[in-house]
Design a protein around this ligand. Structure first.
Ligand SMILES: Cc1cc2nc3c(=O)[nH]c(=O)nc-3n(C[C@H](O)[C@H](O)[C@H](O)COP(=O)(O)OP(=O)(O)OC[C@H]3O[C@@H](n4cnc5c(N)ncnc54)[C@H](O)[C@@H]3O)c2cc1C
Length: 410
C-alpha cells in the first residue's frame, strides 16, 4: 500500500491554499463584522442576511472559475470527478487550517451530494441538463436536497409527501424538514411518493423531481436555528399543490431512493475528512496552550492528566484518519461501496471530533468555553455532525446487520 498523498491531490491542495489566501481570506477580513457578528449575519427570521448570500455567491463563482468548485462533480456534468481519497484529504486540509471560516465551508467546495454538481443530477434528461447545469456549475445557482420530513428522518420510507399525476404534470403536496440550503436555493431535488403500494412494501414508489424553488406552491416557511446560533442553513419547506412537469423527473419514475443514495458515500467520507482536519486544529491549539499556561508552578502540559488528554486526542485522530483514508482507498481501488466500513468511518470520525474538542476545551479551562477561540464553535459542529447523513445509531445498525449476515471482513 502506498500511504503517500497522491501527487495531483497535493497539487490541488497547494492550489487551494493559494486561492484561499489570495481570494477568500481578504474578503473575510474586509467583511469581518458581518461574518462574525451573528446579529448581522442573520436576519430577524433566522435567514442569512442578503449581503452574506452575495458574498457566498461571489466565493462560489470564484472557486468555480479557479477550478475547485466542481472538483468532485461527474465528468459528464462538466466536473473533474476526483474520488474519495482526494475528498478526504482536501477536507482534512481545509478544516485543519480554516475550520471556522464562514466563506470557506461549504462554499469553496459545495456539500458533496446535496449541492453543486451532485451525482443525483446525472439523472436529469438532456433538455434539463442543457437548461440548468451551466448555472449550477458556475456557482451562480444552488440546490437543496429535500428528502427528510417531520416523520421521516432515519426512517426515510415513512415519507408522507405525495405526488399525484394530472395529465403531463405531477401535483405535489407535503412538508419537508431539515433541508440544508432550502432558504437560499434556486433549485430543489424533491422526493415524493408516486406509487403508494410499492412504497408500503419498501420496494420503490418514491420519485425524485427537479423543481425551481420560485415555483408557485413551493415555499420555505422558516430557517431552523441550530445549537446556539441565531439562525441556520436548514429550512422547512411547504408544498401546496406544486405542479411539476413529468419531464422534471430525475432518473427513473418510482426509483428515487437509488438516486438519493448515489454519491452519498463520497459525501460521508468528505465529512470524515472534515472531522479529522478540524480535530487536528483543536489538538494543535491544546498542545500550544499546554506549553504556555502554568498552574502549581509548572506548565499544564507537565501534569500527567493533561498529557493523557493530549495523547487520547492523538490516538483518536490517528485512528480516524487512517480509517477514513483506507476506506476511501478501498472505494477507489475496488469500485465497490463497502457499506459497513463507510458506516464505521462516518460514526467514528464524527464521534472522534466531539471527543477531541471536548478535551481541547477542558485543557483550556475557562477560556475554552468562551466564544473567542473557536473551540466552542467546533464543539457545536461536532455535536451536530452525528445526526445528518445517518445518525450514529443508524450506522451502527448497518454495521451490525452486515456482521450478522456474515460479513466479518476488515
Ligand atoms: C443540520 C442538519 C442538516 C440536515 N440536512 C438535510 C438535508 O439537506 N436534506 C435532508 O433530506 N435531510 C437533512 N437532515 C435530516 C437528517 O437526515 C435527519 O435529521 C436524520 O436522518 C435523523 O432523522 P430525525 O431527525 O428524524 O431523527 P429520528 O429518525 O427521529 O431519530 C431519533 C433518534 O432515534 C434514533 N433511532 C431512530 N431509528 C433507530 C433505529 N432503528 N435504531 C436505533 N436508533 C434509532 C436516532 O438515531 C436518533 O437518536 C439534516 C439534519 C440536520 C440536523
Amino acid at each position: 500500500m502506498d500511504f503517500n498523498i497522491p501527487e495531483d491531490t497535493q497539487e490541488i491542495i497547494n492550489g487551494l491554499k493559494q486561492f484561499i489566501e489570495k481570494k477568500v481570506i481578504p474578503l473575510e477580513e474586509k467583511n469581518e463584522e458581518l461574518l462574525t457578528n451573528p446579529r448581522k449575519y442573520f436576519t430577524e427570521d433566522g435567514r442569512h442576511a442578503p449581503e452574506v448570500e452575495e458574498l457566498r455567491k461571489e466565493v462560489r463563482m470564484e472557486s468555480a472559475r479557479a477550478g475547485f468548485y466542481n472538483m468532485f462533480g461527474a465528468k459528464e456534468l462538466g466536473g473533474e470527478e476526483f474520488g474519495p481519497v482526494t475528498a478526504v484529504l482536501v477536507q482534512e486540509f481545509l478544516n485543519k487550517h480554516y475550520p471556522n471560516n464562514k466563506l470557506i465551508h461549504p462554499i469553496v467546495i459545495p456539500s458533496p451530494f446535496t449541492n453543486g454538481l451532485t451525482p443525483v443530477l446525472n439523472g436529469l434528461n438532456d433538455n434539463l441538463k442543457s437548461k440548468y447545469i451551466d448555472g449550477i456549475r458556475s456557482g451562480e445557482k444552488t440546490l437543496c436536497f429535500a428528502l427528510s420530513e417531520p416523520d421521516a428522518g432515519s426512517d426515510v420510507w415513512n415519507l408522507k409527501t405525495k405526488a399525484v399525476k394530472d395529465g403531463s404534470e405531477w401535483v405535489i403536496n407535503g412538508t419537508k424538514q431539515w433541508i440544508t440550503n432550502a432558504p437560499y436555493a434556486d433549485y430543489c431535488l424533491l422526493f415524493a411518493i408516486t406509487e403508494p403500494e410499492l412504497k408500503e412494501r419498501r420496494k420503490g414508489g418514491i420519485t425524485c423531481f427537479f423543481v425551481e424553488t420560485s415555483s408557485e406552491g413551493f415555499s420555505v416557511d422558516s430557517a431552523i436555528p441550530v445549537m446556539g446560533d441565531l439562525g441556520g442553513e436548514a429550512g422547512i419547506i411547504s408544498l401546496d399543490n406544486l405542479r411539476v412537469s413529468q419531464e422534471n423527473i430525475v432518473g427513473e419514475l418510482h426509483m428515487g431512493f437509488s438516486r438519493a443514495i448515489s454519491g452519498i458515500n463520497t459525501g460521508r467520507l468528505g465529512m470524515s475528512g472534515k472531522c479529522v482536519g478540524s480535530a487536528q486544529w483543536a489538538l494543535k491549539k491544546a498542545v500550544d496552550y499546554s506549553q504556555i499556561r502554568e498552574t502549581f508552578g509548572k506548565k499544564i502540559g507537565e501534569h500527567q492528566m493533561v498529557q493523557q488528554m493530549l495523547a487520547d486526542c492523538a490516538i483518536d485522530i490517528y485512528a480516524a484518519r487512517n480509517m477514513a483514508l483506507n476506506c476511501a482507498w478501498k472505494i477507489e481501488n475496488t469500485k465497490k461501496q463497502p457499506r459497513k466500513e463507510i458506516s464505521m468511518v462516518k460514526a467514528f470520525c464524527t464521534e472522534m471530533m466531539g471527543r477531541v474538542y471536548d478535551r481541547a476545551i477542558q485543557i483550556h479551562g475557562g477560556v475554552g468555553v468562551t466564544n473567542e477561540l473557536g473551540l466552542e464553535e467546533g464543539y457545536r459542529l461536532a455535536r451536530i455532525l452525528r445526526i445528518p447523513d445517518g445518525t450514529s445509531e443508524i450506522h451502527r445498525r448497518t454495521i451490525a446487520k452486515s456482521l450478522l449476515s456474515g460479513d466479518l471482513t476488515f
